[in-house]
Design a protein around this ligand. Sequence first.
Ligand SMILES: Cc1cc2nc3c(=O)[nH]c(=O)nc-3n(C[C@H](O)[C@H](O)[C@H](O)COP(=O)(O)OP(=O)(O)OC[C@H]3O[C@@H](n4cnc5c(N)ncnc54)[C@H](O)[C@@H]3O)c2cc1C
Length: 419
Amino acid sequence: MSAERDTLYDVVIIGSGPGGYVAAIRAGQHGLKTAIVERSSKLGGTCLHRGCIPTKAMLHTASRLHEARHGDTIGVLTHDVRLDVARMHRYKDRVVAKNAQGIAYLMKKNRVAVVHGTGVIERPGRVGVSTTGDDILAHIARLREDRVAKPRHRPAPAESSPGAGAPPTRAQEAIPAQYLPTPGPRDERRPMSPMRRLIAEQMVWSKRISAHVATFLEVDMTRIVRLRQARKADFLRTNGVKLTYMPFIMQAAVSALRAFPACNASVDGDDVLYHKDIHIGLAVALEKGLIVPVVRHADEKSFLGLARAIQDLAARARSKKLLPGEVQGGTFSITNYETFGSLGGTPVINQPQVAILGIGAIEKRPWVVEGPDGDAIAIRHIMMLSLSYDHRLVDGATGSLFLDHVKRVLEAHDESMMG
Ligand SMILES: Cc1cc2nc3c(=O)[nH]c(=O)nc-3n(C[C@H](O)[C@H](O)[C@H](O)COP(=O)(O)OP(=O)(O)OC[C@H]3O[C@@H](n4cnc5c(N)ncnc54)[C@H](O)[C@@H]3O)c2cc1C
């Protein structure tokens, strides 16, 4: 959306009453570039300037006056209690001014741009701001004329474009009009499912706000492949949980996150929030989309605890039985390309996190191994790892060292780490 001098914002809010400023604060706290448009010279709306705050301040005075006048009923003798209306108004103005300062401070703190003028939604995705009001009146007149000339109808397919008639999403607003597709006669237009739309929004938004960089590394998984082969039947019988590669990888990721706290953090404006707890989101592919349930406190779980949590969350994700809280609050994510045989990928960061680990397929490969008699070529089980990270916070050295840490933990894995 835009406001004033064609500035681009994620959110433009018209009106700075409680409805507007609370929404603006929330949007700012979520890292959205936000503007609030107010036609009055003061922020705060009816509540602050005419309603709740001034009436409460005056009621405060009235209540004290009442107590003073009736103090004798409880044994407090007061004489000549009078009301000074001018002072009462000055007190009320001070209370209002203090609250107005509070709102201005909250706008600044949450990086909400304040634009003074009358706002009007010119079209979905565009807010015009007038300081005279004349162009707004002209716009309203034009809208009225249009409405009389054209009765409401559903737009013909050729006219409609993504977002037509509906507020634009963060995914759509990035597409300039000239790049929108022109439907052919055999094309079929279908609305995105809510999940598809959400994924589209999140992905475009993430690419827009994070400086994505990816780094790759190959891991020799042979020890883990053999260990899993030897233990999987017994592990399932004893614990009722399948032994997959994921708990091994999550365990290694936890170790790397402890060693590199910058990868378990979020960017908040000019600040960095370093998360003390490690909550790992796990991308689970669904028939028609993707969901990322979160293994909470992954750093406090044993190997078996991780395996159980992963199996439980993945199963409930596929049967659509996750609770809302179980897909929130992740501090890092892992996505698995292995399931579909891909060697690797460059995943999009799951906001507001700063890094995501991608796991590729484990393949048998001829591999140079160093032995006491020199180098030899052996058949080893090799897996590609990728780390997408936000270069605003994580530099190449940290990203590479993080992956190297994961590799070392995986390659040195032995049975004692499953205890
Ligand atoms: C005397 C009185 C006492 C009240 N006491 C209480 C109370 O004790 N508790 C309570 O909960 N509620 C109280 N209310 C109600 C409360 O004030 C309102 O519910 C609240 O202000 C509504 O907030 P809002 O953000 O929706 O709208 P408003 O507070 O009315 O804010 C709207 C803002 O939008 C601006 N605006 C409008 N159109 C545009 C435009 N096109 N461009 C730019 N700016 C625009 C206006 O200038 C205004 O600042 C009281 C109301 C009154 C009148």
